[in-house]
Design a protein around this ligand. Structure first.
Ligand code: NYM
Length: 212
């Protein structure tokens, strides 16, 4: 019998919500419990496309807004063959940001509608679970200054939060909101519970297509 597929698990949220810390802890906990798991992140800055994106985020280059949006999407599509292969091998993928960040960040710019922003990512592997790490702007501010990269201002992050709220209204995606204001272990326990459920359910389901 073919082995059971892994689950595609995504963590989303505004900056400083603790996504990267929680992704690492989740992968470690899954591995320790004997479940094969690997972490991925978008943008993946290691590819040729990812390097263009990275230079843009670091303000070392300028890119037209539609162009960079399509590059973020292309950076996901270029990873699809290896993602599918790993999932088929029974590896659970824990992903730090995905198409939801893509749509939320670009549509927070003037002149972009959410619908256009979602289009390039239609048909990507559909996550079995998307956890949104919820943190109020005032709590995020307590976690220190924003960095120097593009988009790292509180005004822009509020606009992004609003776009995420619109995306979360879509019942075709398995959204779970996680209270990210708890301590690291509390947040982790919550994330682990949801992830174990998703892994069990995904085993018996085909991988879906996002927003299709
Ligand atoms: N970002 C991330 C986008 O604008 N579009 C996308 O599709 C993705 C995946 O890039 N501010 C933005 C969100 C972040 C930045 O930051 C990447 P980090 O710290 O590498 O997650």
């Amino acid at each position: 019998m073919a082995c059971k597929r892994g689950a595609l698990i995504v963590l989303e949220g505004v900056d400083k919500a603790g996504k990267t810390t929680q992704c690492k802890k989740l992968v470690q906990a899954l591995q320790q419990s004997g479940r094969p798991a690997e972490m991925m992140r978008f943008p993946d800055r290691t590819t040729t496309i990812g390097q263009l994106i990275s230079a843009y985020l670091e303000k070392k280059s300028e890119l037209e807004d539609h162009t960079v949006h399509l590059l973020f999407s292309a950076n996901r599509w270029e990873m699809v063959p290896s993602m599918k292969k790993k999932l088929e091998q029974g590896i659970t993928l824990v992903v730090d940001r995905y198409a939801f960040s893509g749509a939320a960040f670009t549509s927070a710019k003037p002149g972009f509608c959410l619908d256009w922003c979602k289009k390039p990512d239609v048909g990507l592997p559909k996550p079995d679970l998307v956890m949104f790490l919820q943190l109020s702007p005032s709590e995020a501010a307590l976690r220190g200054q924003f960095g120097e990269e593009r988009y790292e201002t509180s005004v822009f992050q509020r606009a992004v939060q609003h776009k995420f709220e619109l995306l979360m209204k879509d019942p075709s995606v398995n959204w779970q909101v996680i209270d990210a204001s708890q301590n690291i272990e509390g947040v982790h326990d919550n994330i682990m519970d949801h992830s174990l459920n998703a892994i069990n359910t995904a085993q018996n389901q085909l991988l879906g297509e996002l927003w299709k």
